[in-house]
Design a protein around this ligand. Structure first.
Ligand SMILES: [Zn+2]
Length: 387
């Protein structure tokens, strides 16, 4: 790969013919149309937060260095931004009046309202640019390693760069487009940000059963994303059909796995949601995220709910009462041992060798308080728990 350092390109040059696509959240072109700011393997513009974009402009006004920018020189003399797209897009958006910085008095200052000398300072700022020439694979491999400053690329953004092509472009248009009317519905079940590729990652994770890179690699040159879309929509439709309502804890659950495990079972959505609401109201349920799989599985696996345990004071108090009674009757302080016929029938266990047990199981309405607590030896407690 050949690199050339360029120090002659100014912000004015870059912003000549700057185009920003508000719909896709992308800076598109600059340098009088010869520079592609956001090649398809680049991520969306994420500096538009009134902080990072403002910081770029303030750095320029203070003559702070903006850091190195890398261009990829294409065969026909055109250039594309390899690294520095967020900074360049911030400059272009500011110069074209898309956002304001604040002056010393906290008043918003758009580019057009800046003093002329400050406008000139921005436009005349020279950027430090490396132009690189090389094979596509070489450039992309290197792109993975230079992206260490600013907001690092996440795993999906790197995969998008490595497997760029028609498939990634179509996936982004569907899953990384904040204008997609479905985003709000998806957000109920998927956590993350649409412009950081979190929804796309989720869709690919589901359809590939967790093998995203393999899937992207084998579908890289596909001209459709029918399978990804169909699978994704099946999962979302299934979740929203089985669960009539939406709770915060539903966001980010492993819906792909749950769909695979449970979608062949029949559910009565009304009963399902009644059960969910009942469990939400139950103060003994510590893990609310577990409610959904617990209900899908037929309300059997209470481990998913992390039912609140008896506290030490309760355990001690019950232990001493049981032990005192047992010693008077000369039987074991484990009521199950006391009913047996072996040597343990009269054994007095130490507190550390016993565990607290719900006399009436929590799932049958038993409370986690002293009235429903009994101490059992560890092996009896385990045996009862496994039933
Ligand atoms: Zn026992």
């Amino acid at each position: 790969m050949k690199t050339t350092l360029r120090t002659d390109i100014t912000v004015r040059d870059i912003c000549e013919g700057f185009v920003y696509n508000e719909l896709e959240g992308k800076g598109l072109f600059g340098l009088s149309g010869t520079l592609t700011i956001q090649p398809e393997y680049q991520r969306n513009y994420i500096y538009a937060d009134g902080k990072k974009d403002v910081a770029v402009i303030e750095s320029v006004l203070k003559n702070y260095p903006l850091g190195l920018i890398y261009f990829n020189k294409l065969g026909d003399g055109r250039l594309e931004v390899l690294d520095g797209q967020q900074r360049i897009t911030s400059l272009g958006r500011y110069v074209t009046g898309k956002f304001a910085i604040k002056d010393a008095n906290g008043m918003p200052q758009y580019f057009g309202a800046l003093a002329t000398d400050l406008q000139e300072r921005i436009l005349n700022t020279k950027l430090l640019i490396y132009e690189c020439e090389g094979e596509e694979s070489e450039i992309k491999e290197w792109f993975k390693t230079i992206n260490i400053v600013g907001v690092p690329l996440n795993a999906q953004e790197i995969s998008n760069a490595v497997y760029s092509g028609p498939f990634v472009t179509l996936c982004k248009a569907e899953f990384s487009n904040s204008q997609n009317a479905n985003v709000q519905k998806w957000s109920a079940y998927i956590s993350g940000a649409v412009n950081r590729q979190d929804f796309m990652e989720c869709a690919l994770d589901w359809v590939s059963r967790g093998k995203i890179e393999d899937y992207m690699s084998s579908h890289r040159f596909d001209n459709n994303i029918n399978e990804v879309k169909a699978y994704f929509n099946s999962v979302i439709d299934w979740v929203s059909a089985v669960f009539m309502g939406v709770e915060n804890e539903m966001r980010g659950l492993e819906w792909g796995r749950l769909y695979e495990t449970y979608h062949h079972r029949a559910y009565n959505p009304k009963e399902v949601w009644e059960k969910v609401k009942e469990l939400y109201a139950d103060s003994y349920v510590k893990n609310r995220k577990g409610i959904f799989e617990y209900v899908l599985g037929g309300c059997v696996d209470t481990k998913l709910l992390e039912i609140r345990l008896f506290d030490d004071a309760t355990k001690k108090s019950v232990y001493y009462r049981q032990t005192k009674e047992a010693e008077e009757k000369k039987i074991s302080n484990c009521p199950y041992c006391a009913m047996g016929n072996d040597n343990n029938r009269t054994k007095i266990w130490l507190l550390k060798d016993m565990d607290a047990d719900h006399v009436t199981a929590w799932s049958k309405g038993g409370a986690t308080d002293i009235s429903n607590c009994q101490m059992l030896c560890k092996s009896h407690n385990r045996a009862k728990g496994n039933k």
